[in-house]
Design a protein around this ligand. Structure first.
Ligand SMILES: *[C@@H]1O[C@H](CO)[C@@H](O)[C@H](O)[C@H]1NC(C)=O
Length: 391
């Protein structure tokens, strides 16, 4: 019996030791010892933070996995309570914070804290900024794996330079591809080269500088499907698209007939009126009303439609129940033309997100809300920033 216990303890210790060997505990000396071409995935934690403890085993698995597949990404962790200047340099505002350092750029991970989510992020951000599509077959293959796909077509050009520089900043959100013109699928016709296209919603759109403004904001607007299931993470990621979000809030577990009808209605409007509204609006549905209720501090009976303005923490509710496509169109139009009154949330929309995701409840709620709001308000657009080499 005792023997068995001993073996168990040893095995556990051994696996902890082997796994933790792939995660380096970093400190303030990192700045001086890191070689410029090293890529680092760094988790910032604080000893008192419960969510950091939950992330810990995942973090070690990530370290082991990246080592296993021979990834160039090094994995580290930093006690941000002790190494405050380290954390400050990476603009860490909440814990656990996940950052990837590549060249002189730091990228912030904002998705769910799962092994797969973080590994995907590390792979995307650490890899080439623009990935080339060498054949039609690869193109088809990649297309089947991505809902939204940005592709540059053509040889070297000013547009390509711009595309690369946008990718440098936006790789944190999406992949960037390039292809020669003979790789084009038969269904696509380009009149001019070079060109940037986005493939999504079963079709494609071309970037037009005259009409669409600068490339960065176009990519920002186009990087989501026109209609999609939206959860709090998606909403958070949509924060800087500058679009209004039209949301059908529907029954979660057992979708009622009405919920299905609401979803269908929003989806139809999204696709049939794409040309009118896709510049200003993003469409989707959210399962469950917990998040939205927390946001607007009231209970609206389900299902319902709400429009969120993520840029000014405002929202719009239809004055009367929206039951038909025409009523929905009238409501959307009213929002756009200023006929529907905007209501402002008491706390920033995306501030609530943090509280929601990290699951704080009860009396700490207000305090944490207050704190995170400040942090988010200060830093919310800060997906990527440069690494300051100066001592
Ligand atoms: C959404 O917020 C932005 C930023 O304040 C504002 O410019 C825009 O007019 C708002 N849109 C609507 C429809 O209220």
């Amino acid at each position: 019996m005792a023997n068995k216990k001993f073996i168990v303890v040893c095995t556990v210790l051994f696996s902890i030791a082997t796994v933790s060997a792939f995660v380096e505990e970093l400190d303030d000396t990192f700045k001086h010892t890191r070689k410029p071409d090293e890529i680092w995935l760094i988790g910032f934690y604080a000893p008192w933070c419960t969510y950091c403890k939950q992330l810990d085993p995942v973090w070690y698995e990530i370290g082991a996995e990246l080592k296993n597949i021979g990834s160039p990404v090094n994995v580290g962790k930093v006690d941000a309570d002790i190494h405050t200047s380290f954390a400050k340099e990476f603009r860490v505002t909440d814990y656990p914070a996940i950052k990837l350092l590549k060249d002189d750029l730091k990228y912030t991970y904002r998705g769910p804290r799962t092994k797969d989510g973080i590994l995907e992020f590390a792979d995307r951000v650490s890899g080439p900024l623009v990935r080339s599509l060498p054949s039609q077959q690869v193109f088809q293959n990649v297309m089947s794996r991505h809902d939204v796909l940005f592709v540059y077509f053509g040889g070297p050009s000013d547009l390509k330079e711009k595309y690369i520089s946008v990718a440098k900043e936006m790789i944190v959100h999406t992949y960037f591809f390039s292809a020669a013109r003979n790789i084009l699928p038969k269904t696509v016709t380009l009149e001019e080269y070079p060109a940037v296209a986005v493939f999504k919603d079963g079709t494609y759109f071309l970037y037009d500088e005259q009409q669409d403004g600068d490339l960065t904001s176009w990519i920002n607007r186009e990087r989501f499907l026109n209609y999609l299931p939206i959860d709090s993470y998606t909403l958070y990621a949509m924060g800087d698209t500058d679009k209004l979000v039209v949301l059908a809030v529907v029954e979660e577990k057992t979708p009622t007939k009405e919920s299905i009808r609401y979803k269908t209605m929003v989806k139809r409007v999204a696709s049939e009126y794409k040309d009118f509204y896709s510049k200003e609006f993003q469409f989707g549905h959210m399962e469950g009303n917990e998040y939205i209720n927390g946001l607007i501090m009231e209970e609206v009976s389900m299902p319902f439609i709400i429009v969120l303005n993520l840029s000014n923490d405002g929202y719009f509710l239809p004055p009367n129940k929206v039951e038909t496509k025409d009523q929905l169109l009238k409501f959307i139009d009213g929002v756009l033309k200023g006929r529907i009154k905007i209501i402002f949330t008491k706390a920033p929309l995306l501030g609530i997100f943090l509280v929601f995701v990290f699951g704080f409840v009860g009396s700490t709620f207000c305090y944490v809300l207050y704190k995170t709001c400040h942090m988010v308000g200060y830093d919310s657009r800060d997906e990527v920033h440069t690494y300051d080499h100066a001592p």
